[in-house]
Design a protein around this ligand. Structure first.
Ligand code: SF4
Length: 346
């Protein structure tokens, strides 16, 4: 009998080893297949979920406001505001977790101009964020503030729902001088190199208004038009501070308003479908809000950003769909929008 070559023995041994390993793996994964995917070895069956990144954060650091808009969906349920060092600590954690853009909102942020100014400077100078913005009703803005912080502030968004003062008053936002102030703020923004943005809540009282002439004159770089939104626990009944139901409009009425202003290149319509869950909101206690109305997260100073984010729902896909990643810092040489063109001066 001739001797079996050593090479053949090695090949056979490797083949046997391969069969044994394969059978062992099949044994391990069998429950994953037979139990409808409920694998007892999750690390084998699915890749670890990527941590969520808070790329763009809306920080509503106060709920207090000097206006009483009937449809307000972030109402003054508390007057709490964190100390400035705590807020800076939270901002630092957010930046370390991937925040690139912050928007300071309220309530009315200009009720606390010193805190607001300090946070703006800190976000731009110390944290180096790409975009720093404020949303305000405009009534308390002083020129000196814009002059002092202009280099640190990318975007100033001012809310204006009507160019008819009695309508503003009926909404709860007006004092008879809303439109005059708006033109003044737009001029200051141009003077100090801050992008001027306009926010309008389309509702029962303004849905039929034609704003084209004013938008063309004001030339905001973006004009966001929101469909009035009902948020549970904020403006959804007579039990809440506001009851927005008397201001709601149909999708068709909202579409009609947008169609009437379709010639404005800066128009960015935001129907409820996109708006409701796509904003990542940090509240006055430094907690993320759950966008389905469930419990907010624990404060990020207690549990960290990643854990807080994991505990709430926020629709990242809708954030991208509504252009959240576009709405950014001062665009270099952007030609689009109402303010685009030859004399783009920011
Ligand atoms: S909508 Fe804005 S301006 Fe109006 S009450 Fe609410 S926070 Fe204040």
């Amino acid at each position: 009998m001739s001797a079996i070559p050593a090479a053949l023995i090695t090949d056979l041994a490797q083949l046997l080893l391969g069969i044994l390993l394969g059978a062992h793996l099949l044994f391990l994964l069998y429950p994953c297949i037979s139990l409808g995917g409920r694998c007892p070895f999750p690390s084998l069956s699915r890749p670890k979920a990527k941590p969520k990144v808070p790329v763009s954060v809306n920080y509503h650091f106060t709920r207090r406001c000097n206006k009483t808009c009937g449809f307000c969906f972030h109402t003054a349920t508390t007057s709490h505001i964190e100390d400035l060092p705590q807020q800076k600590h939270a901002l630092r954690l957010l930046a370390a977790a991937g925040m690139r853009k912050i928007n300071f909102a309220g309530g009315e942020p200009f009720l606390y101009p010193k805190v607001l100014g300090a946070m703006i400077d800190y976000c731009k100078t110390d944290l180096g964020l790409e975009s720093v913005s404020i949303v305000t009703n405009g009534s308390l803005i002083k020129e000196a503030f814009l002059r002092r912080h202009a280099g640190k502030l990318d975007i100033l968004a001012v809310s204006c729902d009507s160019f008819d003062e009695p309508t503003n008053t009926a909404i709860g936002r007006g004092a008879g001088d809303q439109v005059t102030r708006l033109y003044q703020i737009a001029a200051w923004c141009r003077e100090y190199g801050i992008l001027f943005k306009l926010n309008t809540v389309v509702n029962k009282l303004n849905a039929a208004e034609d704003m084209n002439a004013h938008i063309a004159a004001l030339r905001p770089f973006r004009w966001k038009c929101f469909q009035v939104l009902i948020v549970r626990g904020e403006n959804d009944s007579e039990e809440t501070l506001r009851n927005g139901h008397k201001f709601t409009i149909s999708d068709g009425e909202f579409d009609g308003f947008c169609a009437r202003h379709a010639g404005q290149a800066c128009l960015v319509p935001e129907p409820n479908r996109l708006m409701a869950k796509s904003y990542l909101i940090l509240d006055e206690y430094l907690r993320f809000l759950d966008r389905t109305g469930k419990q907010p997260s624990r404060p990020i100073l207690e549990v960290g950003v990643e854990s807080a984010l994991e505990s709430v729902y926020w629709d990242e896909d809708a954030f991208v769909e509504r252009g959240g990643l576009y709405d950014w810092a001062k665009p270099e040489g952007e030609k689009g929008g109402c303010a685009g063109g030859e004399d783009l001066d920011w």
